[in-house]
Ligand binder design. Structure first.
Ligand code: NAP
Length: 327
């Protein structure tokens, strides 16, 4: 079994969770950490058992032995940091949102192909048992056709204007942080919409803090999507179909539930509690693809990431959400 040397670029909160997932996999070697600050890199390396640490992302990316880099910097840096790693010939898995706009994602895709290295957006839902279960139920036809999807993700985080969630220069706002999940639900279960309407509420930093979106489809299906840092509704989607409804939901600890309710029948619940919050499956996918000589994942193909970012751009245009200098 080939073991892969992993590097972490930007050792923040999400990198800690992802690393706990990597630790479950037998073919990973926790190799190097790169931070803007050498002390933070050293601390993360010693906390999680990485062999090497660097005080800059450039040093990490240019390490000749490093094979795969996981990038978890703020959204506004994903394009720059992914390009840095790709140009150094590294395989990359980069956190959502993949970049700030479609132009940036297209450049990343072109560079990965030019360098002939692996690139994938770190999308959690497609690897999870509850998502697979929901897809299986919908595809079985038992519920008939989907009529409406109601997707939501909201919670109230501690407020600080410099926090990446609120700082516009870091790609702040609910859309790229949490609103992306209801958008993924709609793209996965319904496809790319023909029309998008959206309204946003902006906070003191100029970033959007609440967002309502309506997708419509030519065949009459619709989706209403909501994300917010001002309410605490939870995470999930209700899928209303001709013969019943499906609830696809998860807690903030990532425990997962699918509830099937056929008209006139008892509810059926399916509950999943994956280890390491299910983050290990994304790392496993990168290595499975590399073992097979693939530079793109069939589970999260780059075409899906392009559809996703183009849809996010359309939502931003409809709601008036602008990242200054990056549109
Ligand atoms: N898939 C999921 O379930 C999930 C969940 C949460 C977050 N995420 C994603 O993960 C990414 C990181 O989120 P996070 O919550 O881990 O953020 P975080 O805790 O704020 O960490 C971000 C890291 O980026 C680095 N960084 C580089 N430039 C920075 C700048 N100008 N300002 C602040 N930090 C900067 C910092 O590391 P150094 O300075 O040490 O290099 C920092 O620790 C985001 O893309 C987010 O959407 C995904």
């Amino acid at each position: 079994m080939k073991k892969y040397k992993w590097g972490i670029l930007a050792p923040g909160k999400m990198s800690a969770k992802f690393t706990k997932g990597l630790k479950l996999l037998k073919n990973t070697e926790l190799y190097a950490v790169g931070s803007r600050d050498l002390k933070r890199a050293r601390l993360f390396a010693s906390d999680y058992g990485f062999e090497k640490y660097y005080g800059s992302y450039e040093e990490l990316a240019s390490d000749k032995s490093l094979e795969i880099v996981y990038i978890a910097s703020p959204h506004s840096y994903h394009h720059e940091h992914t390009m840095l790693c790709l140009r150094n010939g590294k395989n990359v898995i980069c956190e959502k949102a993949f970049a700030l706009n479609a132009k940036e994602v297209k450049e990343m895709v072109i560079e990965a192909k030019k360098q002939n290295v692996f690139l994938m957006e770190a999308l959690w839902p497609p690897f999870q048992p509850f998502y697979k279960k929901a897809n299986e139920i919908l595809k079985s036809g038992i519920l008939g056709k989907i009529v409406h999807l109601d997707g939501y993700f909201s919670f109230i985080p501690p407020y600080h204007p410099d926090d990446r969630k609120f700082n516009l220069a870091l790609g702040g706002g609910s859309l790229l942080d949490i609103g992306i999940y209801p958008v993924i639900d709609a793209l996965t279960f319904l496809g790319v919409p023909s029309d998008i309407k959206a309204t946003a509420i902006f906070g003191d930093t100029g970033s959007e803090e609440s967002l309502s979106v309506i997708f419509s489809y030519q065949d009459g299906r619709m989706a209403s999507l909501y994300s917010s840092f001002r309410t605490n509704i939870g995470i999930g989607c209700e899928i209303y179909c001709e013969k019943g409804n499906l609830t696809v939901t998860r807690g903030r600890d990532m425990n997962q539930k699918v509830i099937l309710e056929l008209h006139g029948s008892e509810k059926q619940e399916f509950v999943f509690n994956p280890p390491a919050m299910g983050y290990h499956w994304e790392g496993e996918e990168v290595m499975k693809c590399l073992d097979k000589g693939l530079i793109e994942s069939p589970v999260v193909p780059l075409s899906f990431s392009l559809d996703l970012i183009k849809t996010l751009d359309r939502i931003r245009k409809a709601a008036g959400i602008v990242f200054p200098g990056r549109d």
